[in-house]
Design a protein around this ligand. Structure first.
Ligand code: ARG
Length: 423
């Protein structure tokens, strides 16, 4: 296997680069160990030039100047840093909010939403710099390779892809040795194996180490974003989220741009310990894997949106949309962002969300986020009708028995048939 992966004629997809085709590579560069080793390795292995691209999707605490400097120091002919937070929030997270996007009942898809944008930018910058190949640091076991390569193959059939981690057969120890040998600085030192982290403004995931032991309850040190609920304030806090046509536009009545709003919601959620998810996930490549997620913004915004949508929708819309929401989330999870069905579904999401205007109050307390208030000019709700106290107007209680008789007609007939022989 190890030998095979480097010899020609083992190309399993038309978009994979043969060694002779690689002259100038656009590398998706995070500054971490894998992609730093890769930056050097590609230059040596292919005798190719490398352009590094680092995309800012709102990863907290990242110093992009340092990342850029490191890329140049490792021999990149150019190192680009793109601040794509606005585009990410507007064109990826907002559609996800409108679709109440959750995979596997718990995962708000932050990574899955980020990858098609990162890969789209890789295509743009590869073209700008005259690159023939795009390189990424994904392994062969994850979903991210699917999302990135499907995007590149869709948007830029002329570009090739290399995924060195999939083939180079280096483990962490070998990578560290390679880094030492080639003077590559190792962020955070080499003593302990870190968690495998991916994050952006919509959430953060941790994988690896004890997380792979299903009977191991989370160690405290995995939570680098959200305050552990037991340490959260003893006083609850109510935060209101205002939506216009399905888009969150204000927090506690203060109008905010989408990026700032998501960042602010994350801050409040972190303080109160909300958005911790311990998830067993069905990956598209067949594996079942455990992830620890911290999704403080999503834990506030998604339930608020879903609540408002239910308030303004009819029973029929509400029952139907859940099915489409699940389909939307699955397509995005599965790396098919560019699939036309996703945009078809978005047309429906838009139509429903045209009514989703109003304000939801969320009470946050030690890890929980619960809807406590609702307000909307479009609520399909009339307190005068719903009240237990009086009857009248459009709702006649005298008419109810007639409704019940007809409503239950088929069920009663079928029940009678099934029980007729039982005496
Ligand atoms: N399991 C999640 C997903 O497939 C998170 C993946 C995190 N990616 C990473 N390279 N660490 O979307």
């Amino acid at each position: 296997m190890a030998e095979q992966s480097r010899t020609p004629h083992t190309r399993t997809a038309s978009y994979l680069a043969e060694p002779g085709e690689v002259h100038r590579v656009l590398l998706l560069y995070s500054g971490g160990l894998d992609t730093s080793v890769m930056l050097k390795w590609i230059q040596d292995e292919y005798e190719a030039e490398v352009v590094a691209l680092t995309v800012n999707l709102g990863q907290p605490g990242e110093d992009y100047e340092v990342v850029q400097g490191k890329a140049i120091q490792l021999g990149a002919v150019a190192a680009e840093v793109v601040d794509a937070r606005e585009e990410f929030a507007r064109d990826f997270v907002v559609p996800a909010i409108k679709a109440n996007a959750i995979y596997g009942l718990a995962y708000p898809l932050f990574t899955a939403l980020g990858r098609p944008l990162i890969a789209k930018l890789a295509v743009e910058y590869a073209r700008k710099h005259g690159c023939d190949t795009i390189a990424h640091g994904c392994t062969g076991k994850g979903n991210d390779q699917v999302r990135i390569e499907a995007t590149v193959a869709t948007l830029a059939p002329e570009l090739k892809v290399i995924a060195p981690v999939r083939g180079w057969q280096m483990g962490r120890e070998e990578e560290i040795a390679y880094a030492r040998e080639h003077g590559i600085p190792i962020k955070g030192g080499a003593e302990h194996t870190p968690y495998s982290i991916d994050d952006n403004l919509w959430g953060r995931s941790s994988e690896g180490r004890w997380i792979e032991e299903l009977d191991h309850a989370p160690d405290d040190d995995v939570f680098q974003l959200v305050t552990r609920p037991e340490l959260a304030p003893d006083e609850p806090e109510v935060v209101t989220v205002t939506f216009e046509r399905g888009v969150p536009v204000a927090l506690d009545g203060e109008p905010l741009g989408i990026v700032e709003l998501l960042e602010r919601a994350a801050e409040i959620g972190c303080r109160h310990g909300v958005g911790i998810v311990d998830h067993i996930e069905d990956r598209i490549v067949g594996l079942k894997v455990r992830d620890i997620y911290e999704v403080p913004a999503a834990a506030i915004i998604l339930p608020a949106h879903a609540e408002l949508e239910r308030l303004v929708g009819t029973i029929h819309q509400n029952q139907f949309k859940g099915e489409l929401d699940r389909k939307w989330a699955y397509l995005v999870y599965a790396g098919l962002w560019w699939e036309p069905l996703r945009t078809d579904l978005d047309a429906y999401m838009e139509a429903v969300n045209a009514q989703v205007t109003g304000t939801i109050g969320m009470k946050l307390y030690k890890g929980m986020a619960r809807v406590v208030t609702r307000e909307s000019p479009n609520a399909v709700y009339d307190a005068a009708l719903s009240t237990f106290e009086t009857s009248g107007g459009l709702f006649s209680q005298q008419a109810s028995p007639g409704f019940i008789e007809l409503w239950s007609l088929q069920s009663r007939m079928a029940h009678r048939l099934r029980t007729r022989d039982e005496g």
